[in-house]
Design a protein around this ligand. Structure first.
Ligand SMILES: Nc1ncnc2c1ncn2[C@@H]1O[C@H](COP(=O)(O)OP(=O)(O)O)[C@@H](O)[C@H]1O
Ligand SMILES: [Mg+2]
Length: 206
């Protein structure tokens, strides 16, 4: 039986996902809630190998190949970690998940969005996030925050980031109950105040 809660953190590189995930964990733990921090790709031993390819493979990777590598990572993550954690009643805070695939490979790379969604349906075996935060940030600000140590995907440029950002906003428009768009052009505490409001209403009030 499923008792836990699955919360995902989404948005462009540099938008503040990892920062806000950490603040959420601290806040919920202080309230006595048991949380599990996770991420995609790379939350399982198999996923770590896929993450290495996805982030650092030196030669061109076909968009379709990239999509399937993320899907493989996700399928393993769901079975090995997410489903057991949900069954234990944990609150999972996951840095990136299906919406990243839709925003990057769908809206960003131009792979048919319905097909990306269909493939993800297979990978997640019926498990969907209960709450998703999209940290929405101007592409220029995101790039500044990422700084100079860019990996393969972070070096894609402003135009690509704009497509991805638009993709995330479309996802949010289509699923307003699940997806919360957080204005992330603000300071870390101001961003967290928006997140905290959702946690108070949807996690702690229950
Ligand atoms: N709201 C913010 N304002 C300014 N800097 C931020 C903010 N949120 C995060 N940062 C900084 O920007 C960089 C990227 O943040 P991070 O949380 O790693 O983003 P992501 O995980 O989305 O790539 C880090 O150096 C972080 O300290
Ligand atoms: Mg991060």
């Amino acid at each position: 039986m499923r008792k836990g809660l699955f919360i995902t953190f989404e948005g462009a590189d540099g938008c503040g996902k990892t920062t806000q995930q950490g603040l959420c964990a601290k806040y919920l733990e202080e309230k006595g809630v048991e949380v599990l921090l996770s991420r995609e790709p790379g939350a399982t031993a198999l996923g770590v190998k896929l993450r290495e390819i996805l982030l650092h493979y030196p030669d061109p990777v076909a968009s379709e190949c990239e999509t399937f590598l993320y899907l493989a990572d996700r399928a393993q993550h769901i079975q090995e970690k997410i489903i057991p954690a949900l069954e234990e009643g944990k609150i999972i805070l996951c840095d990136r998940h299906t919406d990243s695939n839709i925003a990057y490979q769908g809206y960003g790379r131009g792979i048919d969005i319905d097909k990306v969604k269909y493939l993800n349906d297979i990978a997640v075996a019926g498990v969907k996030p209960d709450i998703t935060f999209v940290f929405d940030v101007d592409s220029e600000i995101a790039q500044e925050r990422v700084g100079k140590t860019k990996d393969r995907l972070e070096s894609l440029g402003i135009e690509f980031h704009k497509k991805v950002r638009n993709g995330y906003l479309e996802i949010a428009k289509n699923e307003p109950n699940r997806v919360h768009v957080i204005n992330s052009n603000l300071g870390i505490e101001e961003v967290f105040a928006q997140v905290k409001k959702v946690l108070d209403e949807k996690v702690l009030e229950k």
